[in-house]
Write a protein that binds this ligand. Structure first.
Ligand code: A3P
Length: 341
């Protein structure tokens, strides 16, 4: 008798325990996804009439609607998830914070990122494979989501503007920049780390950045050339009007990412969905990390945010003086001024 009662009690406890765990898991999933599942539609009123190139943003309702249709047999699987060509590309600048920008934009429910750098437009071999090859490289997305890819080499490669123009002349182009000298040193640090990994020696930054014969800035050094933003931008402007570009402040994205991301949301005609909740400062990393929901968060890989080698102050001063006129021109063209020295 006692044994039977104990068995019954155990059974009841098991059922109650399962129910409690089930409810808890449901709550975790529900609360965690709240920020991504806010209704998206009220944006219409807030943003005024929708312009022609505006991206419709009922992504999630649309997704659910299609799923329903799919279950009823009225929609095909292809209608639900497609490889879509990007509607926006982060074209550069290398070491400007391109990965952080892409990952942070991916917090938005209507954005889908291409995880890898595709290098379609800057690599002749890839480009020869054709646009369908490129499309297939894109992640699956729902029709009303936008795909974004980033390949920082696009910004400095001569053939790229024309090639992108041929694909989509109204594409939106994002450029993330940092103070040019810091960017050049970051660029050098990445190469240096690669050499060290292979047990190779490498020159000091000062030796590469300054021509030993003239004692002037060495404009043949790639890390220097890449930081002359205006020169590259001018090439792009032969194909695209300035309105199709948005300049992101990479230095501010490090210290205060949300306002920069909000400007990008606006540029892409996306309703504001990325919030402070999605970004938290990780003191150990010294950078903001990403929070998708209460169970899923991540920081960027350790290769982002390297410690730079110390550089001779006279070289830094020389470089800053060298970049100054190019920076002024860049501010003038883009309409965005930075406090670069
Ligand atoms: P450093 O390694 O010089 O610090 P990219 O992705 O274009 O290669 O840019 C790398 C740079 O992104 C890093 O340069 C880092 O400063 C910057 N960055 C911006 N936001 C970051 C973040 N949240 N986490 C890590 N790095 C970030």
């Amino acid at each position: 008798m006692l044994f039977k009662q104990q068995a019954l009690l155990r059974q009841k406890l098991f059922v109650l325990g399962s129910l409690a765990i089930g409810s808890l898991l449901y709550l975790v999933a529900r609360v965690g996804s709240l920020d991504r599942l806010q209704p998206l539609c009220p944006i219409d009123g807030r943003f005024g009439p929708r312009s022609q190139d505006e991206i419709p943003l009922r992504a999630l309702q649309f997704k659910r609607g299609l799923l329903h249709e799919f279950r009823k047999g009225n929609a095909t699987k292809e209608q639900i998830r497609l490889h879509q060509l990007p509607k926006a590309i982060i074209i550069g600048v290398r070491k400007g914070g391109t990965r952080a920008l892409l990952e942070m934009l991916n917090l938005h429910p209507a954005v889908v990122k291409a995880s890898q750098e595709i290098h379609f437009f800057d690599n002749d071999e890839n480009y020869a494979k054709g646009i369908e090859w490129y499309r297939k490289k894109m992640p699956f997305s729902y029709p009303h989501q936008i795909t974004i890819e980033k390949s920082p080499a696009y910004f400095i490669t001569e053939e790229v503007p024309e090639r992108i123009y041929k694909m989509n002349s109204s594409i939106k182009l994002l450029i993330i920049v940092r103070e040019p000298t810091t960017r050049a040193i970051s660029d050098y640090t990445q190469v240096l780390e690669g050499k060290e990994r292979k047990n190779k020696t490498y020159y000091k930054f000062e030796k590469l950045a300054i021509d030993p014969n003239t004692c002037e800035v060495n404009t043949k050094y790639k890390a220097v050339r890449t930081s002359i933003y205006t020169k590259h931008l001018e090439r792009w402007l032969k194909y695209f009007p300035i309105e199709q570009f948005h300049i992101v402040d990479g230095d501010r994205l490090i210290t205060e990412p949300l306002p920069e991301l909000q400007l990008v949301e606006k540029f892409l005609n996306l309703p504001p969905r990325i919030s402070q909740y999605n970004l938290y400062f990780n003191a150990t990393r010294g950078f903001y990390c990403l929070r998708f929901n209460i169970v899923f968060n991540k920081c960027l890989a350790g290769s982002k945010g390297r410690i730079h080698p110390e550089v001779d102050t006279s070289v830094i001063t020389k470089l800053r003086k060298f970049f100054h006129p190019f920076n002024q021109k860049f501010y003038q063209i883009t309409g965005r001024t930075f406090n670069w020295p």
